[in-house]
Design a protein around this ligand. Structure first.
Ligand SMILES: Cc1cc2nc3c(=O)[nH]c(=O)nc-3n(C[C@H](O)[C@H](O)[C@H](O)COP(=O)(O)OP(=O)(O)OC[C@H]3O[C@@H](n4cnc5c(N)ncnc54)[C@H](O)[C@@H]3O)c2cc1C
Length: 324
């Protein structure tokens, strides 16, 4: 039986959502190909994440040690290399995050296994994986196959797979593993977490996003849309020009060089719908676009569209909410 190994990612005492996204997709493939799904957890002592992972995998291999409380790519690489060499899983998936981008290439060199990065889909055909990656800033999707290898490594883009709320299953086994005794001292040391901005928000986790584009016109106009977002209980996001002009910090940006989001509702105000932007909202539920140009490409991906001035629509919405 083949196996898919998924490396769990956690930060500041929480398993990150991308881990559950990977486990969900990997489970789908495991069902199709009768593979076994294994979550790999490298964490500090008594981190308490294993039971949560076990609800989504056939088994969890747990390496717990004080040295693993925070991510260290040197230690992860050494431990994962030994696990992969010993167990020879068919595929090993790692999140395409700052963790994964540090770890995966080094692990590929160490194991000698091929690596495909930033995958937005993973399939298998004739006993080999096929991955889908975006190229040319998201303009094209490429379908990538591998030469035959004893195993394959992938990093997976956050937001590419959406687990349903009932993604849990019969809990799998939790198997504690010993940390190799001869583990070399890492060359890197964790120092501290530094927030990229005061009050940073995570637009990838928002259910309702109100997103502004260059159509906002002036920086001063943002306040009125922020007010609308607050009244709606929504989070404010934006297109790239708004960030380039320093009107909002980078963590608000949606798109290929920003974040992929998957809100239930995405309200796009004054956004033209360039492919680099639209590539970031493929996981959104309902897309509503307001643009005064009825030929704007955003209307091609919108479920509902209003060809009108965004301020007129925003004010009407605010009035409606005030009366509610
Ligand atoms: C390598 C690369 C990476 C990129 N990454 C990203 C990315 O991650 N995210 C991203 O967003 N872009 C990205 N871009 C930029 C992208 O190509 C577009 O330039 C950008 O998305 C356009 O932003 P916009 O829609 O806000 O502005 P515009 O294209 O200028 O559109 C503004 C829209 O507002 C409408 N409008 C104007 N006034 C009003 C009004 N009063 N009421 C209603 N509608 C109005 C106009 O009709 C127009 O359609 C990237 C580009 C490159 C080259």
């Amino acid at each position: 039986m083949g196996e898919i190994y998924v490396v769990a990612e956690h930060r500041k005492g929480e398993v990150r959502e991308i881990t559950f996204e990977m486990l969900f997709k990997a489970r789908e493939l495991c069902r199709t190909f009768s593979h076994r799904l294994t979550a790999l957890l490298l964490a500090g002592k008594d981190a308490g994440f294993a039971d949560d992972l076990a609800k989504r995998a056939d088994r969890v291999l747990v390496f717990e040690n004080d040295r693993l409380e925070t991510f260290n790519s040197d230690l992860h690489k050494e431990i994962l290399n030994r696990v992969i060499q010993k167990d020879q899983p068919f595929m090993t998936w790692i999140a395409h995050t700052s963790w994964g981008m540090d770890l995966a290439p080094a692990l590929s060199v160490k194991t000698g296994l091929p690596l495909a990065t930033d995958c937005v889909d993973i399939q298998a055909e004739d006993g080999r994986p096929i991955v889908i990656r975006q190229i040319y800033s998201g303009k094209l999707f490429s379908r990538v196959s591998f030469k035959e290898s004893p195993g394959y490594l992938m990093t997976v883009r956050s937001g590419a797979f959406l687990p349903p709320d009932d993604a849990e299953m019969e809990p799998g086994e939790v198997l504690k593993q010993d940390i190799p005794a001869d583990l070399a001292e890492p060359r890197k040391t964790f120092v501290e977490f530094v927030d990229t901005g005061a009050g940073e928000i995570d637009i990838t986790q928002a259910d309702l996003l109100v997103s502004i584009g260059r159509g906002i016109g002036e920086e001063e106009n943002i306040a009125t849309i922020r007010e609308l977002a607050d009244r709606m209980g929504a989070t404010l996001s934006c297109s790239r020009p708004v960030v380039d002009k320093n009107w909002l910090p980078k963590f608000h940006q949606v798109g290929t060089s920003g974040k992929s989001v998957r809100p239930k509702v995405y309200l796009a105000l004054g956004i033209s719908g360039a492919f680099q932007h639209v590539a970031g909202i493929t996981g959104a539920g309902t897309v509503i676009a307001v643009n005064k140009d009825r030929k704007a490409p955003i209307f091609r991906v919108a479920d509902y569209g209003v060809a009108d001035d965004l301020f007129k629509v925003a004010n009407a919405l605010k009035e409606k909410l005030a009366g509610a």
